[in-house]
Write a protein that binds this ligand. Structure first.
Ligand code: DAH
Length: 335
């Protein structure tokens, strides 16, 4: 019988030597000391023995139990220490993890740059509504309903055809002129909408920067030459390229006369060695002045409009306009 006890003790001791974690230890403890362990089974057989045997074997079995229990609790203490010091392994000299910084969206950067440059030339920055009336978006800008120029701007019409998602920032020219007397110079940055299919160079929603400078007719009233100077200064600073040249090509926009397309050529990157169209512009049409309530022939000024996406794509060498709205961090993190 004592052989049985010896064997129970040996097997348990051997098991103990191989335990590496508190979880393993708990499993082994149940196996060797639990209710269905061999030791417990052995103790249960004692009731069939004589009283002398019971006393003797009971004593021995209890010794085995106590020794095993103390071996288990010693090992538990050791393993507790190991687990604790693993948690405590903190190297205060290690470099701190860096907080992740956000990025200013490239369009926002381009917008802020542009605002700052125009502000330095004395332009005031104003904003207007994105839902416009048919009158401010088209009619007041010399574009009546039967005018073919309406077809140039595919339009999102709202209920009853009275309201539109503005197709350009030009209607803010009308709103500003109605509420102010010249002289003034303003910039209108903002979102515009076109009902057209999306591809690498077209979005149904994009941003424009409108410009307007008007004064009473006279020697110092804004001229086409002044427009060219403003454009040149703006693009040279925006693209950080003092070699940028400006070219006006005759063009048509109903709200200006004469109207031009503004082309630029620079000395590096996408602008090197070719003329690229970046804006529409011209001298404000006298019909527009009349529509907003000025006396025909009394005022003179220029206006221009450009797409923010276009100049941002040129500046940052972005090939697909859809990247701006794509929320792809691999793209955004580059700015
Ligand atoms: N509004 C025009 C467009 O979206 C751009 C434009 C052309 C604006 C000529 C102007 C301008 O102020 O004078 O296509």
């Amino acid at each position: 019988m004592t052989d049985t006890l010896k064997k129970i003790q040996e097997v348990a001791q051997k098991d103990l030597e191989n335990l590496r974690s508190l979880a393993e230890l708990e499993i082994a403890r149940v196996r060797h000391l639990g209710r269905s362990s061999e030791l417990s089974q052995f103790l249960r057989t004692l009731k069939d023995k004589t009283e002398d045997q019971r006393r003797e074997l009971g004593q021995l079995a209890n010794n085995v139990r106590q020794e095993l229990e103390s071996a288990f609790s010693q090992l538990k203490e050791r393993l507790d220490d190991v687990a604790y010091s693993a948690l405590e392994k903190l190297d205060v000299t290690a470099p701190a993890g860096r907080p992740r910084h956000g990025h200013i969206h490239p369009l926002t950067q381009a917008q802020e740059d542009s605002n700052a440059i125009f502000a330095s030339m004395g332009f005031r920055i104003v904003e207007g509504p994105e839902v416009e009336t048919e009158w401010t978006n088209f009619d007041a800008l010399n574009t009546p309903a039967d005018h073919p120029a309406r077809g140039m701007q595919d339009t999102f019409w709202l209920k009853g055809m009275q309201y539109v998602m503005r197709t350009h920032t030009s209607p803010m020219q009308v709103r500003f002129m109605q509420a102010h007397q010249p002289p003034y110079r303003i910039i209108v940055p903002g979102r515009v909408y076109r009902n057209e299919a999306t591809d690498g160079t077209h979005e149904f929603q994009f941003h424009q920067i409108e410009g307007l400078m008007v004064a009473r007719k006279g020697e110092s009233a804004p001229s086409l030459a002044n427009l060219k100077g403003v454009m040149e200064h703006f693009y040279q600073r925006f693209f950080r390229d003092e070699h940028i040249k400006i070219r006006f090509n005759a063009s048509f926009f109903p709200f200006v006369e004469p109207g031009v397309e503004v082309y630029i050529q620079g000395s590096s990157g996408k602008l090197k060695g070719r003329w690229i169209e970046v804006a529409g512009a011209g001298m404000v049409h006298q019909n527009v002045f009349e529509n907003v309530g000025y006396v025909r022939g009394e005022m003179q000024g220029f206006a221009f409009g450009m797409a923010l996406e276009r100049i941002a794509m040129l500046k940052y060498k972005i090939d697909d306009i859809r990247l701006f709205q794509g929320s792809d961090l691999r793209f955004l993190k580059q700015f």
